[in-house]
Structure formats: C-alpha cells, structure tokens
Design a protein around this ligand. Structure first.
Ligand code: AMP
Length: 293
C-alpha cells in the first residue's frame, strides 16, 4: 500500500515542511489544482514525480478566478476522493489551504499580467487571470518549489504564468504538460461532469473540429475561411462558440491568411451552460521545394 499522504492546511505548516526538504537538498515540484482530480491532473503529477524528489499538489478552489454568475458554488469538490487519488499517485503533500489562509483580513493585492490576458478567455471572463495570477503567486511563495507544472489545456493560463514568473523574478521553472483526453478525444476537465448525456455525446466534436481545421490550415486554407467554416460547424451542431481563433503560440495575437509558421488554435464554446475549452498546435505542411535546375 502507498504510504499515507500528509495533508497540510496552513502556510506555516507548508513552509516548515519545505524548509525540512531544503535541508535534505530535495528537489521540489508543485502541481496547483482546484481538486475534483481526473487523469489530466494525474498526468501532471506523473511528470512532477519524474522531475523532482518531492511533490506537492495544492487544492484550492480559488473564488477570485470565478466571475459573477460563474460556477464557483457548483464547482465539484471531493476532498476524500482526491486524497485517495493523490496517495495512489505517490504525492508527498496535499496542500489544502482554506480561504482564511489565502485572504488575511485587509487583503488588497492583485497581480495583473498585461497583454497576454486581454483577449480570448480574458475578454470573456473579466478578472479571471488576475485571480489566477494572484493565487499562483501566493502558492509559489508559500511552497517555494524548484518547478511547477501547468497543463496546456489552459494554454493562455500557462503562457500568463510563464510571463508573470519571468517578470517577478520568481525563482521557479514553469513546465507545460500536454492535454489528456478521453478516448473519444474530449479534453479531460472537472467541468465535463456538468454535461448531460446528449451534450457529452456531442462534446468530442470540439476536438474533431480543431483536428480538421489543423488539416485544412496545413493544406493552405486561409485562416479566416477555416475559422468561419469551423465555427459554423460547431454552431450548427448545437455549440455556442465564445471564440475560435488561430493565434501566434507565444504572443496569442491573431494570425491571418495562409499559415507560414506554427500557430495554435484556441476554442471556447458552450454546451448548454457548460463552457468547454480546447486547443491544438497547427503548422503549415512542408511543401517540396522546387529543385534548382
Ligand atoms: P484545474 O484543477 O482545472 O485548475 O487544473 C489544474 C491543472 O491541471 C492546470 O494546470 C490545468 O491546465 C491542468 N489540467 C486540467 N485538465 C487537464 C487535461 N485534460 N490535461 C492536462 N492538464 C490538465
């Protein structure tokens, strides 16, 4: 049986444990989550275990990254189930601070990353990335890991955290991990639990549409054309598209015309009230160069 995981709920407790590991010269990884753990989270943990000798998984359903009218209250919570999964996965510490630990009376600070956060999810969810950046900064300062792992599932979030850590000189390496999918291609997400049977059957179309779009873009179909056709396909099937864009994979600025270099397609779409996101790397096909005569 795997050894019992230790659960730490206070900042001082977490700092004490990290100081002890530092004395032992252990390499430490942090995987921040909001709980309701699924195989997507577990893939991040597996990567953390490969890269470090001690692994902390934080569970904090961060109220400041949910907007007005979003699903903070309904967000799935299952601490007991999560602890069983973390024990099984060989995690050393489950760090589960409560809101009082995170927000002392008089709390007044926000971390805001300009540029990267203004479009896409940032435009549809005002304040979301400030909430994420502020809490991730706190978790990084509390746990002081050598590295922290974030999923490419939240691609805009991953880039935002990398920017923030570089700008604030936080001494941590940020690593991305690929998207884990269900067998039918749907990106794993705690929010998939909200989908009813009909919506769940429809949901993989999001990923299939991105795949088909990647093929068309590689073949030289202009971005505007491929995007409009794909959005129409999703809307016709019953999705409400929030955004569907082909962007530069570093700056997230839109690209247009025929692809000349690698890009990323990002999508957010609603099925009923459930907002799903997904993304995929795209690149132009290497065309055979004409041989010089
Ligand atoms: P969350 O609990 O949804 O805040 O996610 C915690 C971390 O897990 C974030 O870095 C997410 O990007 C990552 N994550 C969530 N779903 C997946 C997935 N399907 N594949 C890979 N990483 C994921």
């Amino acid at each position: 049986m795997a050894p019992a995981i230790s659960t730490i709920r206070t900042v001082t407790g977490m700092r004490r444990r990290v100081a002890q590991w530092r004395n032992e010269e252990r390499k430490i990884a942090l995987v921040p989550t909001m709980g309701a753990l699924h195989p997507g989270h577990l893939s991040l943990i597996a990567k953390a275990r490969e890269k470090a000798e001690r692994v902390i998984v934080s569970i904090f359903v961060n109220p400041t990254q949910f907007g007005e009218g979003e699903d903070f209250d309904a967000y799935p919570r299952d601490e007991k189930g999560d602890l069983a999964k973390l024990t099984e996965a060989g995690v050393d510490v489950a760090y589960i601070p409560d809101a009082r630990q995170m927000f002392a009376p008089g709390f007044a600070t926000r971390v805001h990353v300009k540029g990267l956060t203004e479009r896409l999810c940032g435009a549809s969810r005002p304040g979301h990335f400030d909430g994420v950046s502020t809490i991730v900064t706190k978790l990084l300062l509390q746990c002081a890991p050598d590295l922290a792992i974030f999923g490419e599932k939240d691609y805009q979030q991953l880039l935002t955290i990398k920017r923030m850590v570089a700008d604030l000189d936080i001494p941590v390496e940020i690593l991305g991990a690929p998207i884990e999918r269900e067998e039918d291609g749907l990106a794993r997400s705690s929010r998939n639990a909200y989908l009813n049977k009909r919506q769940r059957e429809l949901a993989p179309l999001l990923q299939r549409t991105l795949q088909d779009m990647a093929y068309d873009l590689a073949e030289g179909r202009p971005v505007e054309d491929a995007t409009a056709a794909s959005a129409f396909r999703l809307e016709s099937a019953g999705f409400k598209v929030d955004y569907l864009e082909v962007v530069d994979p570093e700056t997230l600025q839109p690209v247009d015309g025929v692809l000349s270099k690698p890009a990323r397609t990002l999508v957010a779409a609603y099925l009923g009230k459930t907002r799903l996101i997904d993304n995929l790397g795209v690149k132009p096909k290497q065309r055979n160069r004409k041989r010089a005569s």
